[in-house]
Ligand binder design. Structure first.
Ligand SMILES: *[C@@H]1O[C@H](CO)[C@@H](O)[C@H](O)[C@H]1NC(C)=O
Ligand SMILES: *[C@@H]1O[C@H](CO)[C@@H](O)[C@H](O)[C@H]1NC(C)=O
Length: 269
């Protein structure tokens, strides 16, 4: 068991963000949405994951990590906003689903404003959308993708199982008629795991395959790491949610034990 635990502490690797090429649509733009699987993020980050200070529990689901508007001719992020519109946190209060699906679970615990501000400055301010519209558009783009529900419906679950890349892309091809770009990171036992999915939509909102997508290194079969609420470290003064207990990781019924059963019988002596 001890060697299992040590092995699990290895393998932290973050990769870089995608940027596709070529689309055609009258508006001359297309959108790209990045969705991160928090179970992989929490597994690979040495700082661990923390419950945001927003008072809203993040969903146990994929989180938006980026929403970019790209020029369909040049595939560059749309620019041309000569005087950048400053970020105003007040404009996005109350947007439905923002706290749940565009959550920042980095440690130390934070209120998410830094990631929203970054997204606005990096992509939103030049998108031609108002700040509120930008965030609402990202969330409305995510809604029909509904990635976890779609995957689970086809038996692809965050249960430490290994799943084929082809099976994952097929779920979305048959669901929204567009294939995602899959980004992996290194997980336990040096296995590649599902980390991020990138989806693209034309300017008219139709999902498309991301044009000339960035290639990421994955294996043919990748691990779908669990995401349990206890993976979010409890803050000292937040005792409101009984599921968010501090690391009760090493009781016998943890996913780690199941992982051991799957990959390293020898650890279970
Ligand atoms: C939207 O744009 C895509 C890509 O350019 C195109 O294939 C599709 O026909 C368009 N759909 C509508 C409803 O205009
Ligand atoms: C895309 O880039 C081309 C070439 O730089 C430019 O002419 C065009 O206006 C851009 N389109 C948008 C929607 O920004």
């Amino acid at each position: 068991m001890a060697s299992c635990r040590m092995a699990l502490l290895l393998g932290l690797l973050l990769l870089v963000v995608a940027s596709p090429a070529i689309a055609d649509d009258d508006s001359g733009i297309y959108y790209q949405l990045a969705l991160m699987w928090p179970g992989a993020y929490c597994e690979q980050t040495s700082a661990g994951c923390c419950k945001p200070t927003t008072g809203v529990s993040p969903a146990r689901d994929f989180y938006i990590t980026g929403f970019t508007v790209l020029n369909a001719t040049t595939d560059a992020a749309v620019t041309g906003c000569s005087n950048k519109v400053p970020y105003d946190p007040n404009l996005i209060t109350g947007i439905q689903g923002l706290n749940q699906y565009w959550s920042n679970i980095r440690c130390p615990s934070n209120n998410g404003q830094s990631s929203w501000k970054n997204a606005w400055k990096k992509a939103g301010a030049c998108s031609g959308l108002s700040e509120k519209d930008y965030f609402e558009t990202a969330l409305s783009f995510r809604r029909p993708i509904n990635p976890l529900v779609r995957l689970k419906a086809k038996g692809i679950e965050p249960d430490f199982g290994l799943y084929g890349l082809k099976a994952i892309t097929k779920v979305f091809k048959s669901g929204i008629n567009a294939t995602p770009v899959i980004q992996c990171s290194k997980g336990p036992f040096d296995k590649y795991m599902l980390f991020q999915l990138y989806f693209c939509a034309a300017g008219n909102g139709t999902f498309i395959d991301c044009p000339a997508p960035q290639q990421y290194t994955c294996s043919k079969e990748i691990l779908f790491h669990p995401f349990k609420k206890w993976m979010l470290k409890q803050q000292l003064n937040q005792d409101d949610d009984p599921f968010q207990l501090p690391g009760v990781a090493w009781t016998t019924d943890t996913p780690y034990r199941r992982l051991c059963l799957r990959f390293c019988q020898v650890c279970m002596e």
